[in-house]
Design a protein around this ligand. Structure first.
Ligand code: UDP
Ligand code: MG
Length: 310
């Protein structure tokens, strides 16, 4: 039977959540009465997630397992799942039940009403510190200002995508897969539904602030070149100021004669521009490093084995 709905779940050390996850998913999907498959991508888990997944697959063959050769990170695990999905609509969802499966019904309703992408936006962020909320907000503000793509704020990867959107995403070969940006960049008819995000059921989030910072850099560099261009304008303004100052000094020397200029202002100028130049090089480096990653053209991931696919 042709699959209508594919649920894609990236899984990294989630053994404590799987039982509950499948129980809730199976109930909700049975209520919907659509032909479905649940594609679980084991992203190199160090616990017994894989063994448990295989047990679940044996009990319910609509649960299919893709076992990656190592940990590739959530974004790539999700791409692997999307590549293996055959449904007419695809829903990526986190394994830790922070995205309530109960919302799937609403996503499907909006899809059946003719939308190509239905994303789930959080109304609240429970179980998150103010620092996490603040940095998340700062990130969304920055990226909407810098990038021509309006990435919806407070929206994770939990969304429904029509097959035509998925085919578009599969044509994007980039290695730095900033999924939130890519999902938005492709366009199509998009709409939002709102939900309250729950705290993680069990286990630890693998995102520390250093990882989040790098994730934010990936997002900004993949979807904006403003950081490369801003230096042109800064350089122009500084040169203009320098020119005016030179004219002033020239005039002053002509009128008042030569005096001994300050050491402080000289040092300040030298150090300041030294700093600006290093920042500029750093920004270029961020882009260059990513260009290098892209031109190597390595495969995105390797699959060690699969369970439940023909
Ligand atoms: N995940 C993954 N690979 C990783 C890290 C996370 O597949 O290297 C999965 C994880 O199992 C979960 C989802 O990505 O299903 C979200 O992870 P997490 O809850 O740590 O992120 P957060 O909710 O804090 O954004
Ligand atoms: Mg989580």
């Amino acid at each position: 039977m042709a699959v209508t709905l594919s649920i894609v779940i990236p899984i990294y050390n989630e053994q404590g959540n799987l039982q509950m996850l499948f129980a809730r998913l199976e109930r909700i999907l049975a209520e919907l009465g659509l032909a479905y498959e649940i594609i679980c991508v084991n992203d190199g888990s160090r616990d017994n997630s894989l063994e448990e997944l295989v047990l679940h697959h044996l009990k319910n063959p609509t649960i299919k397992v893709v076992n990656l050769s190592r940990n590739f990170g959530k974004e790539i695990a999700m791409s692997a799942g999307i590549d293996h999905a055959t449904g007419q609509a695809i829903i990526p969802i986190d394994a830790d039940l922070q995205d309530p499966p109960e919302l799937i019904g609403e996503l499907v309703t909006q899809w059946q009403a003719g939308h190509d992408v239905v994303y789930a936006t959080r109304r609240s962020r429970q179980g998150e510190t103010w620092l996490k909320r603040f940095t998340a907000q700062a990130f969304y503000n920055t990226i909407t200002r810098l990038s021509p793509v309006d990435i919806p704020a407070n929206t994770g990867d939990f969304r429904l995508m029509d097959r035509r959107v998925v085919e578009a995403i599969k044509q994007m070969p980039e290695r730095t897969r900033f999924m939130k940006g890519m999902f938005t960049w492709v366009g199509y008819r998009q709409t939002a539904v709102f939900f309250d995000r729950d705290p993680r059921l069990s286990g630890e989030s693998t995102w520390n602030y250093w990882k989040l910072w790098n994730f934010a850099l990936d997002g900004i560099t993949s979807f904006s070149t403003v950081p490369l261009k801003v230096w042109l304008y800064l350089g122009c303004s500084v040169s203009l100021v320098a020119l005016l100052y030179a004219l002033f000094l020239f005039g002053r020397t002509l009128i008042f004669g030569v005096d001994v200029p300050g050491y402080t202002s000289l040092m300040v100028a030298v150090l300041f521009f030294g700093g600006v130049q290093l920042i500029t090089l750093g920004v270029i480096g961020e882009y260059l490093g990513r260009v290098y990653e892209e031109v190597k053209g390595r495969p995105l991931y390797f699959v060690r084995d699969t369970f439940g696919f023909e």
